[in-house]
Design a protein around this ligand. Structure first.
Ligand code: PLP
Length: 381
């Protein structure tokens, strides 16, 4: 049954409307207002890593909302403090500290500001196809020219180098470089996976020049790439780590985790809603589940199975995969195929004009995954 969408809405169309109203979701399944069922192969843009409607998160949120919804950050709250502790424990960034915000782009803004403040330098290096969010600082660090058009000047002193080009980095980095910022798997930029040798060289060059390494794990974090964090897959150590998306269990929350000797002064940065208590409660619910379930989720195996299946489909020209973060290049407009897939009951997103991106909940069952593969075959084979 078709779903009627109001095209005269006063809402600014941020993402391009998909002509679909999703009413409810559970696990890896969603239903629209007409009762049609869809498999969720996008997790709400990489947010719902442990699936929709998890009871533990819902209960934690309800409980917190009933006792105290919001209290300014000048008032310490044990759950906020405990969240910072948990993030330090989970990331292994011992002695480090955490700035809580509301989103990925804010976690990046804080990282850039802290890096410039700590080093007393202003130059920054990002990478071609990098994406870090849409506020001015994050846009300056990111690359997509489409996102920067017609909005005036961005931060000065930001250079963008080819992703993977060690020689270019060696030529560009200097004792004036405050930070190098990168995603270990470029998400928006096409699901492009860094070479381990490149990442090791980035780390070495940063150390040699006293430059901070900012790793943006807004999309790759919390199990998406087969380990709790992608930096653990690569065996590197960020000086500053940007987190968001999955962390809030569906609620808005960002976190910038930084090394102990980076000491932003009070007042340098802040946020009214950052670390909102309901979002923190949701994060605790999410982390409780994550710590309990992650080991058994078979993220690497499921990801490899989906990638192998995609590689065998005749309309797929290349597949790039790490864990359950998968990009599949197609020889036509990805948006068209996404519409076909949606009509056939599968929700996915793109990562560039000719790349399909699949980010199913890590909790998807093998049956659910295989059902999705059958739908994909009907459109892509
Ligand atoms: C790697 C990365 N960094 C930052 C962001 C921005 O996050 P948000 O949309 O929460 O501001 C995104 C969003 O997709 C992202 O993928």
């Amino acid at each position: 049954m078709p779903v009627i969408v109001n095209h005269d809405s006063h809402l600014f169309d941020v993402a391009g409307q998909r002509d679909l109203i999703i009413e409810r979701a559970k696990g890896f399944e969603c239903w629209d207002v007409a009762g049609n069922r869809y498999l969720d192969f996008m997790s709400g843009h990489g947010v719902m890593n442990l699936g929709h409607g998890r009871r533990e998160i819902v209960q934690a949120v309800a409980q917190q909302a009933q006792s105290l919804t919001h209290m300014g950050s000048a008032f310490e709250h044990p759950e906020r403090t405990r969240l910072a502790q948990r993030l330090i424990g989970l990331t292994g960034m011992q002695g480090g500290r955490v700035f809580l915000s509301n989103s990925g782009t804010e976690s990046v803004e804080a990282a850039l500001k802290f890096a410039r403040h700590h080093t007393g330098r202003s130059e920054m290096i990002g990478f071609i196809r990098g994406f870090h969010g849409r506020t001015y600082g994050a846009l300056s660090a990111g690359f997509n020219p489409r996102h920067r058009k017609g909005i005036g000047s961005l931060l000065p002193d930001c250079r963008h180098l080819p992703f993977g080009d060690v020689a270019a980095l060696r030529r560009t980095i200097s004792d004036q470089t405050a930070a190098v910022i990168l995603e270990l798997v470029q998400g928006e930029g096409g699901v492009r996976i860094a070479e381990p040798g490149f990442i090791n060289a980035v780390q070495d060059l940063c150390r040699r020049h006293g430059t901070l390494l900012i790793i943006d794990e807004v999309q790759t974090g919390f199990g998406r790439c087969g380990q709790p964090f992608a930096f653990q897959v690569f065996g590197v150590q960020p000086d500053i780590l940007c987190l968001a998306k999955a962390l809030g269990g569906g609620f808005p929350l960002g976190a910038t985790v930084f090394r102990s000797d980076i000491q932003p002064v009070r007042g340098l940065h802040g946020s009214t809603f950052g670390g909102n208590l309901v979002s923190c409660a949701a994060a605790h619910g999410f982390l409780d589940l994550f710590e309990r379930e992650f080991e058994d989720l078979e993220v690497a195996e499921k990801g490899a199975h989906l990638a192998e299946s995609l590689r065998a489909m005749s309309r797929v020209t290349e597949v790039r995969q790490m864990g359950l973060m998968i990009g599949a290049d197609v020889p036509c407009q990805a948006s068209l195929l996404l519409q076909y897939l949606q009509n056939d009951g599968l929700l996915a997103i793109s990562a560039g004009p000719q790349t399909l991106r699949f980010l199913p909940p890590l909790t998807i069952s093998w049956d659910g995954l295989n059902e999705g593969i059958r739908i994909l075959r009907r459109t892509l084979d």
